[in-house]
Design a protein around this ligand. Structure first.
Ligand code: SF4
Length: 219
């Protein structure tokens, strides 16, 4: 079985050049160049070398604000990153989008299972246990905003709200692991969300707390 770095290099060779806002190009000699996909035709980008630079590039958005969610669509532009080997490519991509290439491989191997949001909330403990009291309508509205691919998060949600209630307000593509092929022929490795992240769970808790504080204030 091929290692993950070898698998990723194979994907790039097969035309999978896009991951989130990153564009990957193979270079002569076996190295790779990464840049923001909006910078495809830009010259004179600031050049970086090695996977650890990806960590720094992923920290802040264009306005130098910290990016708590790596898959938010606000990666800054203006840079080019050279990595020499498939292993360094994997490390760099993991800095930009943690675990996303491994999840995509799991999906291709049919070994990725998704967890309904309600199940994720029901197993919260401590300060996050309040999120169990999230109402369905509140949850559906919250997800529609927090997980919106244009303004919130670029991941595709593979999980339903509950085992019987689906999410609403998303396109079929936003809810699937289908490969998107651009007119140019370039293919996109999808960023997959198989279980709600801590940021969404915290937002669910805050929604419940806000409602309960408002109710207590009217008593
Ligand atoms: S729950 Fe998934 S899709 Fe929603 S913000 Fe978190 S990582 Fe993104």
């Amino acid at each position: 079985m091929r290692s993950l770095p070898e698998t990723i290099a194979g994907w790039v060779h097969d035309g999978f050049s896009l991951l989130g806002q990153i564009r990957i190009t193979s270079r002569p000699g076996g190295s790779f160049e990464l840049r923001h996909r909006e910078d495809v035709a830009v010259h004179g980008l600031e050049e970086f070398h090695g996977p650890s630079a990806a960590r720094d590039l992923s920290f802040f958005d264009e306005a130098r604000n910290y990016r708590p969610l790596k898959t938010a669509p606000n990666l800054r532009r203006g840079w080019s990153l050279i990595v020499e080997t498939p292993e360094d490519l994997r490390l760099a991509l993991d800095h930009f989008y943690p675990a996303m290439t491994a999840l995509w491989r799991s999906q291709l191997e049919a070994s990725l299972s998704s967890v309904p949001l309600r199940d994720t909330l029901d197993r919260q403990t401590g300060m996050y246990a309040a999120s169990k009291r999230l109402q369905d309508e509140e949850g559906l509205q919250l997800v529609a905003s927090a997980c919106n691919s244009k303004t919130g998060c670029m991941k595709r949600m593979l999980w339903p709200f509950t085992k019987t209630v689906e999410l609403t307000g998303f396109s079929r593509l936003e809810r699937s692991a289908d490969v998107l092929t651009l007119d140019s022929g370039e293919k996109e490795i999808p960023l997959l969300c198989h279980e709600a992240c801590n940021i969404l769970v915290a937002a669910c808790r805050e929604t419940v707390k806000k409602r309960e504080r408002a109710a207590a204030a009217t008593v």
